[in-house]
Design a binder for this molecule. Structure first.
Ligand code: ATP
Ligand code: MG
Length: 265
């Protein structure tokens, strides 16, 4: 049995700060960065780079000398380590430094309430300021009832926010381009929502990033193209001459070509 987490009992005081990702274009999109004590949802179809973005924030936290915790639901840890290493993030080294706590969670063995309990214990004992939950789809598998999941997440996020931690969560949407459905809607729980999309232009599948909402301040309302390579994540200039990027099939209205130039044409 795990006691229900009642966030109202845990009001904390802390100084609100802005956390940066280390990628200037990402921070510009976010109006400077992500506030401590806020939650961020990264939403997008499979393979867009949701996990990578969370790891970028975790690595930035450790680089600042802070501690971060990573709860992985749906990936095999070894594969994740290999993949992220290729993309320029050495999770093993971050873990070995003692500043990145990584926990693999098996949704099949999780009872409702247990996950909140584990996150809370970890944050309280380890003075952790960045918490990553990858992914909510995985957590949902432990809680087939959407209402229960939303309630638990609501309490957990309130608790973490009051502790001054920044929480990053990912949700994989069904579909690849065009209309997309999320298996669970927690967009209204998150303070910031980062939306990732595939789009087609000039015969290639490209990726776009946009900030849909940010409760704690202003942000860019632009759509930017990004690319994932061994250099990590490269974000381009705002795609002002395109329409329909978020629908996945943009049309081009302009004279210049602001798309990222291909490294291997
Ligand atoms: N070795 C690699 N070389 C080039 N690109 C890679 C490599 N490894 C990963 N990528 C890119 O990174 C993307 C995966 O990033 P990430 O795991 O963050 O996506 P995700 O949105 O979390 O995916 P999922 O929905 O499956 O969890 C891949 O789609 C791929 O394009
Ligand atoms: Mg992922």
């Amino acid at each position: 049995m795990f006691p229900r987490l009642v966030a109202a009992e845990h009001r904390g005081t802390y100084q609100r700060q802005q956390l940066t990702s280390g990628i200037p274009e990402m921070d510009a999109l976010l109006g400077g960065g992500i506030e401590t004590g806020s939650s961020t949802l990264i939403l997008g179809p499979a393979g867009t780079g949701k996990s990578l973005i969370t790891m970028i924030f975790a690595a930035a936290a450790v680089a600042r000398g802070e501690k971060a915790a990573l709860f992985i639901f749906d990936e095999e840890m070894g594969l994740l380590f290999d993949r992220m290493k290729y993309l320029g993030i050495d999770l093993q080294a971050l873990h070995d430094s003692g500043n990145l706590m990584i926990e693999q969670v098996d949704a099949a063995e999780l009872s409702p309430g247990e996950f909140s309990h584990r996150v809370r214990r970890c944050v309280d004992q380890g003075d952790i300021k960045t918490v990553i939950i990858d992914s909510i789809n995985g957590y949902q598998a432990a809680m087939p009832e959407e209402n229960a999941l939303v309630l638990h997440m609501h309490e957990l996020l309130l608790y973490l926010n009051r502790k001054g931690a920044a929480t990053f969560m990912t949700v994989a949407q069904h579909g690849l381009v065009g209309d997309m459905q999320a298996p669970v809607d927690i967009t209204y729980l998150a303070d910031t929502v980062i939306l990732l999309r595939y789009f087609e232009a000039l015969g290639k599948v490209r990726r776009a990033i946009s900030i849909i909402k940010k409760r704690t301040g202003s942000h860019e309302s632009t759509i930017r193209e990004y690319r994932i390579s061994s250099q990590g994540m490269t974000i381009g200039e705002p795609l002002e001459a395109f329409q329909g990027v978020l629908r996945g099939v943009p049309t081009y209205h302009g004279a210049s070509m602001p798309l990222l130039v291909d490294e291997n044409p």
